[in-house]
Design a protein around this ligand. Sequence first.
Ligand code: HMG
Ligand code: MG
Length: 313
Amino acid sequence: MTARADTLGLPARHPGTGLPAAVTVYEVGARDGLQAEKRIVPTTAKVTLIQDLLAAGLPVVEATSFVSPRWVPQLADAAEVLAGLGPDLSRHPVLVPNRTGLRRALDAGARGVAVFVSATEAFARSNLNRSLEQALDAAVEVAAEARSHGLRVRGYVSMCFGDPWEGPVAPARVAAVSRALVDAGCEQVSLGDTIGVGTAGQVRAVVDAHGAAGVGPGDLALHFHDTYGQALANVYAGLQAGVTCFDSSVAGLGGCPFAGSATGNLATEDLLWMLAGLGIETGVDLMGVVRAGVVMADLLARPLSRVAAALLG
Ligand code: HMG
Ligand code: MG
């Protein structure tokens, strides 16, 4: 790979005022990034991707998903992925939709799980085949059971910024769902802009509504999809609001198979470039992530992230 990185590997550093000194980049490429891909990626390539991302310094890499293989065939090899990673890496979380998923994850040796619910009724039905109330009850139950097994638990709330069927979503409604997840033992709640419609002022409103519900910025992560090109502006608004964990996906892979208008996630490379420019510590080697992204983008015949394309151009 010829890289302009020799001369221009990182942006000039101009720290902003009032922003956190360090943030956690939570990598979702191996799960969110792959789940909507029709071309089945070999298990060994998934394991290599995760190992390469960890070698680049990413602190958390969500490894896979123990959802129904009928619903998400790409991730039917979840147990094999964990076996390939080995016990030392089993702390990296896996997504589980229900008790069956939790049981499968436990049997595969997982030590961290993420449960997921929607802030809207329509997406609860589309994504989980349940009403919102049933889905939230189930997530609360699964989170409590996972905790009783000593697992770390993250919660996701989808459609926090807008829903393709229901339109705008009230911030207080999202906060009530997050509150229930925190009460159920979730260490962190990730707020998903599943279809990427959110804008910067709205991010502030949603984080503030959480504060009013007793869920502070330290309890939150932000999970942006870049459909409308707003993801980095939204991260910046999140930083200003005190959030210190951001989800992103190598090469901007991703989407949700059950929300047609969901496109790629915020690319990890693009996020790292902005954070480096702001002087915010992540502990991640950008070029290591670029290299991992090149391999997966080639395999899936997908474009590189903007930053990767610029660095390699
Ligand atoms: P269902 O069809 O209603 O399931 O699906 P069911 O409970 O009626 O069971 C039907 C069959 O599936 C049964 O088997 C179950 O055993 C089996 P049968 O008796 O017919 O042989 N089954 C399972 N098998 C393996 N693993 C399981 C499992 N559960 C049931 N876990 C279900 C309900 C929840 C399973 C289904 O709707 C599902 O898997 N949904 C997952 C959807 C998904 O993966 N969505 C994408 C992730 S969320 C997301 O991307 C958003 C996020 O990134 C944040 C954001 O961007 O906003 C997190
Ligand atoms: Mg997502």
